[in-house]
Every structure is written in structure tokens, then in C-alpha cells.
Design a protein. Structure first.
Ligand code: PHE
Ligand code: NA
Length: 468
């Protein structure tokens, strides 16, 4: 048996976990999810989901990894032979996500360079799909399936990102991942604060912020309680979806990362600190993004509604427009924004790749270098699919299915297995024994009852939306 890698310190572990959580989801996904789901009022379902599912599952995964000290499949197997397959299912999800998440990080790298001379021009949408992604024109209009060729503007940055991933994972847990997180998280915070300060002092920022903060309670309440939104439950589901994605839970990531903890290391407080840093970061990013959108609304007449609705195109279509409209230093502001995306996305990618690497090291007793070379090689090869002209179409479809089914189902199975086929209280007591404060029995009931019910309902709704 080789000596197992370990974090150097508690802070190192918290920063690495935060590096995984804080990602593209915080910077471009969260702002438009909030906007589409009741603005300021979304905080209620959001915190409800954080407390009933986010933090309980996070602490469950920390407990599993710390106690069993293995990659996800091995940890689950050590707790019960019948659980190992869930670990492999999560490894598979990680593999699928990695291959397209890397494409989005690569786009951000390109956009970082485009920002300096505003190479995206006036029509940023045409630039994204045509020049940057190389999507054949008919594909947009007729939703055809023709393949554009390899797109070097995506391919080259992608290979660079893979090289970076290879390097960090090759260095290992303490010298690679931990050291990277200690640099990246503070750097990201400083960049984000600079971004927010600049954004909120722009003319028109208040208009955008009003949209973010004005609570539309009618949108989140059931009609019986005075709501006016027949789809009110979709707001609550969106809150759970955001929390899962954002905290990187149900992907085996937190199991893997916590397996590198020292046995005596604090868990409960670390988990809660990490969860709230992630939420704080989300909110900070939302303030910056909405202030910038408000500025653009005033400068160009595009309404805030329209800009925020752009959803996924927010980062690569709307933001370049905002940067175009900037009074001065466009390039600098643009570069700041896209560099934040790169850094946030990169550390999340590292975490998701480490899940796969660790699983193979444990299963086949491989050396780290062998596992890293093989896993990075295969993932890089598959990711080339997304560097072709039709990549973005495939990406949309895969992302949609992973979010609607993969993650929710794996979270559901995880809480059911641990809630009902395992002595949950053992894990809680193990966690409590080393922690600054104890978690009470309420936690058991969240894992056994509340979370499975919500996730079950989510799965049904998603199934219905898709197939009925
Ligand atoms: N938590 C990351 C984010 O907010 C997303 C992510 C999910 C990253 C799963 C890695 C693995 O962007
Ligand atoms: Na996040």
C-alpha cells in the first residue's frame, strides 16, 4: 500500500473544498437563476435548500470520506459492500461533466484574450457562435446536426487547460491541489471585489441592483398563500438544483477531498464555513453582474429583463456587450471578469478530475502518475468533441440531462442508502467527536426524510417535463 496523501492543514482543506465549490456556477449561473426565480425573494427557498439539503449532505459526505478514508467507490465500499456502485456512478458523472466543463473554461481563456482589444466586435452573439465556436450557420436556424470542423480557437486553450490540470494533479494533494487553492481563492476574492466595486460605481448600476434585490414574493408562494405563480414549485426546485451544483455535492467530490483529512481534524464547522463562503461568493458575483447589467441597460437601452434572461449566454454574449459600452479601460475590466471565470472554473475542474484519479488509484492500485496520465489522456481525448463546430449543441444537451437526472438521482440514492440502510447516527457522532460544536438529531431527519422527499419530487417533475 502506498502512503495516502493528506492535506497539510485545516485551512488548506477548507480552501480546497471552497475551490471546488466556487466555480462557474457562482459567477454566471447564480445571477440568472436568482433573477428568473423571484429576485430578492429567492433567498428564502435558497436558504431553505441550503439548510435542509446542502449543509446536511455536505456534512454527510465529509463524514463518509473522513471515516472511510478512500476515494468515493472505496469509501462507500468500506461502509457497505452494497454501496460501491454508487461511487462508480458518481465517477461516471464526473467524467461526463469534466469533458464539457473544460470547454467552458477554455472559452473563458479565449475571451480573456479577446477582451484586450474587444475582438468580439459589435455583434457579440454572431461572434460567439460563428467566429469563436465555428457553428455552421444552418445549425443555428434549422437545428441541424452537421459537424463543423475542429475549432482551433477552442482547441488550443483547451489543450493549455489540460496541461495545467495534468501538472496540478501530478503534484498531488498537498503540493498540487492545496497549494493551488491557497493562491487561487484569495486571488479570486480580490479580483471579485475589484470587479464589484467598479460595477456598482457605474452609472445605472442601481437600476440593475433593484432588479436583483426587489423581492417578488408572489412568485415563490403557492396560490393558497397569496402567490400568483402557478409554477411556484419550480422556483423551489431551482433553489435545490442551484445548491447541489454550487456546493459540488452528490458528485463524490467532497467524499474524495475529505478522505485526505487528518483523522482528528474538525469537520462540522469547516463544512459550514465552506458552505457560507460559497454562498457569499455567489451573492457578491450577483451584485457585480447585476450592477453591470443595469449600467448597460442605461447606456444602450437593452432592458435588464432581456439581458438577464440571456441565461447561459450571459457570460459570452451579454458581458462582451457590457464591456463594449464601458466608459474607459474596457479591456482591463473585461480581462478581470474572464480571468475570474478561468480561475474559478479551473479549481472546480481539478476537484472533479481528482475524483476520477483517486478512484482509479484505489481500485487498480495505480501510482498517482500513472492514474493521472491515463485519466487526463482519456478525458482530454473525449473533450475534443466539444472543440468541434457542433460542440456547443452537444454541450447543451449533455448539460441539461446531467443537471436534470444525473445529479438529482445520485443525490437521491445517496441519502436513501445512508438514511435507511446505514446507521446514520454513527457518522454524526464520529463527526461530532472531533468538531467545534455538535450537530443534533435534526440532521438525521433531514437525510432520512426531508431531502429524499424533495429530491424524489424533483425527479418526478423533471421526468414529467421531459417525457410526458
Ligand atoms: N460547484 C461548481 C460551481 O459552482 C460546479 C461544479 C460542480 C464543479 C461539480 C465541479 C464539480 O461552478
Ligand atoms: Na458554487
Amino acid at each position: 500500500m502506498q502512503q495516502r496523501d493528506q492535506w497539510g492543514s485545516r485551512l488548506g482543506f477548507i480552501l480546497a473544498a471552497a475551490g471546488s465549490a466556487i466555480g462557474l456556477g457562482n459567477i454566471w449561473r447564480y445571477p440568472y437563476v436568482v433573477y428568473a426565480n423571484g429576485g430578492g425573494a429567492f433567498l428564502i427557498p435558497y436558504f431553505f435548500a441550503l439548510i435542509t439539503a446542502g449543509i446536511p449532505i455536505l456534512l454527510l459526505e465529509f463524514g463518509i470520506g473522513r471515516f472511510a478514508r478512500g476515494s468515493a467507490p472505496l469509501s462507500l465500499r468500506r461502509l457497505s459492500r452494497r454501496f460501491e456502485w454508487l461511487g462508480w456512478w458518481q465517477v461516471l458523472i464526473c467524467f461526463v461533466i469534466t469533458t464539457y466543463y473544460v470547454a467552458i473554461v477554455a472559452w473563458s481563456v479565449s475571451y480573456f484574450f479577446y477582451a484586450f482589444d474587444l475582438s468580439w466586435g459589435e455583434n457579440t452573439e454572431a461572434f460567439l457562435y460563428g467566429s469563436h465556436l465555428g457553428l455552421p450557420e444552418q445549425a443555428l436556424t434549422e437545428q441541424g446536426w452537421q459537424f463543423g470542423g475542429m475549432q482551433w480557437k477552442v482547441l488550443l486553450p483547451m489543450l493549455a487547460v489540460w496541461a495545467g490540470i495534468y501538472y496540478v494533479l501530478y503534484l498531488g494533494v498537498q503540493r498540487g491541489i492545496e497549494r493551488m487553492s491557497k493562491w487561487f481563492i484569495p486571488l479570486l476574492l480580490v479580483m471579485m471585489i475589484a470587479f464589484v466595486i467598479r460595477a456598482v460605481t457605474l452609472p445605472g448600476a442601481v437600476g440593475g441592483l433593484n432588479h436583483l434585490f426587489t423581492p417578488d414574493f408572489a412568485k415563490i408562494l403557492p396560490p393558497l398563500l397569496g402567490g400568483n405563480n402557478p409554477e411556484w414549485h419550480s422556483v423551489w426546485l431551482a433553489a435545490y438544483g442551484q445548491i447541489f451544483f454550487s456546493l459540488s455535492i452528490a458528485f463524490a467530490i467532497m467524499i474524495t477531498y475529505s478522505s485526505y483529512m487528518d483523522r482528528g481534524q474538525e469537520v462540522n464547522n469547516s463544512g459550514i464555513i465552506m458552505a457560507f463562503s460559497n454562498s457569499g461568493f455567489e451573492y457578491l458575483a450577483a451584485i457585480g453582474v447585476f450592477a453591470a447589467i443595469g449600467f448597460m441597460a442605461q447606456a444602450t437601452g437593452v432592458s435588464v429583463e432581456e439581458a438577464a434572461r440571456a441565461g447561459v449566454g450571459l457570460a459570452f454574449v451579454v458581458f462582451p456587450q457590457i464591456i463594449n459600452a464601458f466608459p474607459a479601460f474596457n479591456g482591463l475590466f473585461g480581462a478581470l471578469f474572464f480571468l475570474s471565470l478561468v480561475i474559478a472554473g479551473f479549481s472546480s475542474l481539478i476537484s472533479i478530475m481528482e475524483v476520477i484519479v483517486a478512484a482509479f488509484m484505489d481500485k487498480f492500485n495505480m501510482k498517482r502518475t500513472t492514474a493521472v496520465t491515463r485519466v487526463v489522456g482519456v478525458c482530454a481525448l473525449v473533450s475534443l468533441l466539444y472543440a468541434t463546430g457542433s460542440g456547443v449543441i452537444i454541450l447543451d444537451i449533455v448539460d441539461h440531462f446531467i443537471n436534470s437526472f444525473g445529479i438529482v438521482l445520485s443525490g437521491l440514492v445517496e441519502v436513501l442508502l445512508f438514511g435507511w440502510f446505514f446507521r446514520l447516527s454513527v457518522l454524526r457522532e464520529e463527526n461530532n467527536a472531533v468538531s467545534d460544536y455538535s450537530i443534533g438529531r435534526w440532521w438525521d431527519w433531514m437525510i432520512k426524510g426531508v431531502t429524499p422527499l424533495v429530491l424524489l419530487y424533483m425527479s418526478f417533475r423533471n421526468f414529467e417535463l421531459e417525457f410526458i
